[in-house]
Design a protein. Sequence first.
Length: 149
Amino acid sequence: MSFWEAIQRRLSPLRISDPFFGDLRYQRHACFWEGCKLFSPVNREVEFTLEADEQGPTEQQRQFFRDLESRYPELSHPVEKLLLEERTMWTQEPLTGSVWDEFVLEGFDIPKCDAPRLNWELGFQSSSSGYCYMVAMSGWEPQSVHVDT
């Protein structure tokens, strides 16, 4: 392989087709994969980032996705409370409709799954402001929210 071929290989994105996650693109500079997949609790595709090396996702990460799908309905209640509190703090206005009319799940992180307590985030787009509200999770417990403007 020539010098220029080696440089081009390092700069071009690595892509794979995973049997569970589908088409994934590797971001070498940050060491994560990105993809989009149907997420059954919201009945549409959502984006995700997957923390892994160039070898791709693990079976534990596939299981994490499945577990998140099954646990999402029970997670939505404490997440809803945090989103509402953060939105009220930012806007100083009461919400007139449902929290789930205001916030749409856009994506989430899938951690490496090799730690006893997993830290990851859920990302929600605000329909009124366009801001992204990131819910920090520790295991299956929502911890806090920060807003990306």
